[in-house]
Design a protein around this ligand. Structure first.
Ligand code: AMP
Ligand code: GLY
Length: 425
């Protein structure tokens, strides 16, 4: 098969790496890809949100399956356009992608179908939102309705912080139209984990649990980032809790959507918080997580392409019938190396050394997040640059191996957290 992966980050490198191992794969393309991906796939210069460009490419190159990494093209309806053109694609249609693209839609589905989540109110008027904040207890959480590149959530400790967040979203429109409406909800407390499932709306097959680290500095200090590392499994998710999440959060949502006439085909990501009242849904994403994918796929023993084909054709029962997915019982850890200054301003074009030495270590793979190939060199080309990933018998062993590999890699200004996975030990 000829397969196109859409996107350019560490998640997409992990997808390409796993798709490369499939017996069904003949050739992989990636749009636009990055320096690491170019070792396994032919990178094509089409942006991830250029739906028309991607469509034309797939027609011309007779692509058998397109796999979408990021949320923006899904929210813009890439799957609907491909299906109309009779092209096979992995991901949810536009209506289903609202689960991530509109937090209001997502919370309304959760409320209607009894999915445990924080109590909330929706506002499209600034003064009513502020009045509500002044009359409620703190802390609270203010969320922009639309896509805001992971920055649209403010956990406010005081009335003034919450009011400031509302003004920033609704008046200053820092996130554009994504801040036309906001959600104000109760602040929950507890550990978090990510639960991803494959679904074709009829069947649900869970992936292994994982947990990411959103803050830039050790001990969860500093501003939020796209994710500075992850580990799998997340020990906080016991077998009982896992079943409860699938039943009360995942199945109720997918069945609820079906009742609304919305079929969900793809991977569904539930961000969950483990509170004293049980697991509560924080958010849904309609795609693979980044860097969660980098710690999940190295543990997957089954053929990813087979599963994605089954999902996209609505025949996931073919996979369940033969025992579902098979997993490596070992643990996996990913440490993200970022450019100095990220998530603020940073330089690009720094030469990276030690990649080959890092990958000589058994069970280590270096996923590229923001890199570019220049001649025979790899240089940095983004905020998150690399996701160094290691598998070990225990989380502790995986942590040690991963940091051993990180120690081989250098570039000017390189930053990484020293405590990835520590919470799980
Ligand atoms: P979201 O994009 O909705 O997952 O929010 C991003 C992050 O904000 C989550 O991973 C949580 O750490 C935090 N968060 C979101 N909603 C809440 C909530 N109701 N209570 C406490 N923290 C929250
Ligand atoms: N790691 C969080 C996300 O992918 O949204």
């Amino acid at each position: 098969m000829r397969i196109l992966v859409v996107g350019s980050g560490g998640r997409e490198h992990a997808l390409v790496w796993k798709i490369f191992q499939s017996k069904l794969t003949d050739q992989i393309f990636c749009a636009p890809g990055n320096g690491g991906i170019s070792g396994l796939a032919e990178c094509v210069d089409i942006k991830a949100d250029d739906i028309e460009g991607l469509l034309q490419f797939c027609r011309k190159e007779k692509i058998d399956l397109t796999v979408v990494g990021p949320e923006a093209p899904l929210a813009a309806g890439i799957v609907d356009e491909f299906r109309k053109a009779k092209l096979r694609i992995f991901g949810p249609e536009k209506k289903a992608a609202q689960l991530e693209a509109s937090k209001v839609f997502s919370k309304q589905i959760m409320a209607k179908y009894n999915v445990p989540t924080a109590c909330f109110k929706v506002f499209d008027d600034v003064s009513l939102a502020i009045k509500h904040i002044e009359n409620r207890s703190m802390p609270c959480v203010v969320k922009a309705d639309g896509l805001a590149a992971g920055k649209g959530v403010v956990v406010a400790k005081s009335v003034s912080e919450a009011v400031e967040a509302v003004k920033m979203m609704m008046e200053e429109r820092v996130f554009g139209d994504a801040g036309k409406r906001v959600i104000i909800e109760d602040c929950l407390d507890g550990q978090e984990a990510s639960i991803l499932v494959f679904t074709d709306s009829k069947e649900v097959i869970p992936l292994v649990s994982s947990q990411d680290h959103k803050r830039i500095f050790d001990n969860d200090v500093g501003p939020n980032t796209g994710g500075m590392g992850a580990y799998s499994p997340a020990p906080v998710v016991t077998v009982e809790l896992f079943e409860e999440i699938i039943e009360k959060i995942v199945n109720r949502t997918i069945d609820g959507l079906a009742k609304e006439g919305i079929e969900y085909r793809g991977v569904l990501y539930a961000g969950v918080m483990f509170t004293k009242d049980g697991p509560q849904a924080l958010e849904f994403n309609v795609r693979f997580g980044d860097p969660e994918t980098e710690v999940i796929l190295p543990r997957l023993k089954s053929d990813l392409v087979e599963v994605m084909l089954a999902v996209s054709e609505g025949k996931l029962n073919k996979i369940s019938k033969f025992g579902g997915l098979s997993w490596d019982s070992r643990a996996c850890v990913c440490v993200v190396c970022s450019s100095g200054g990220y998530p603020g301003e940073y330089d690009k074009g720094k030469e990276i050394s030690g990649l080959a030495d890092a990958e000589k270590i058994k069970d280590v793979v270096v996923f590229h997040a923001g890199t570019k190939r220049v001649g025979d060199k790899i240089v940095s080309n983004g905020g998150r640059v690399l996701g160094v990933t290691g598998v070990g018998d225990t989380i502790k062993a995986a942590i040690d191996k991963t940091y051993q590999a990180v120690g081989k890699i250098k570039f000017d200004g390189m930053h990484y957290r020293r405590d990835i996975g520590k919470k799980a030990v």
